[in-house]
Each structure stands twice: as C-alpha cells, then as structure tokens.
Design a protein around this ligand. Structure first.
Ligand SMILES: [Fe+2]
Length: 100
C-alpha cells in the first residue's frame, strides 16, 4: 500500500511561486519575440501580463516569509516547472513528427 505524502501549505505556496515565475518568464519572452502587423500592442499587452505575474510571485514570496518559510530561489528547477517543460518537450516532438 502506498501512502501519498501530504503537502504542506509552504510547499503549495512554493509550487505556486514556481508557476507564477514560469508564467512571468513566458509572458516576458513572448513580449520580446512578438512580431507581425499587430506586434507593438501585443508586445505591450504581454509585457504588462509579465509584470502582473512578477507581482504575484512577489506576493507569494512575502507570504511564505511571513509564515516562516523560505521561498524557492531556483524556480526553474522546481518539480512543477520541470514537469511542464518535459510535457512541452514531448508536445514539440509530436509537432515536429507531424511536420516531417
Ligand atoms: Fe499569476
């Protein structure tokens, strides 16, 4: 019989921090590579979305510290982010196979 480990509030908050950080990085990245006829307004919208996500990440860091925890300092290596990256790599491989 396997026993699922319960996560703590601090672990959940750090997972949310990793997700917010990943979202912020993605929106910022997309704002920089946006191109095409509607690029300037799209780029600005994505840049604003990135700022919102950084603000969310900052709020989570503050709450983790208030609760006596330590915010993760390397969100890219967090399990949630790694799982997302693996899933995306699989999707990219599927897309590449379809295009071949
Ligand atoms: Fe957010």
């Amino acid at each position: 019989m396997s026993v699922k480990k319960e996560t703590t509030l601090l672990e959940d908050l750090n997972q949310a921090l990793a997700a917010e950080t990943l979202a912020a990085l993605r929106y910022l990245y997309l704002s920089k590579i946006a191109s095409g006829i509607n690029s300037p307004p799209l780029s600005m919208m994505l840049k604003d979305m990135a700022k919102d996500e950084w603000d969310h990440a900052g709020a989570l860091m503050e709450r983790i510290i208030q609760l006596g925890g330590v915010p993760i300092s390397k969100p890219v290596t967090h399990r949630l982010v790694m799982d997302v990256m693996v899933d995306e790599a699989k999707d990219e491989q599927k897309l590449a196979a379809l295009l071949d």
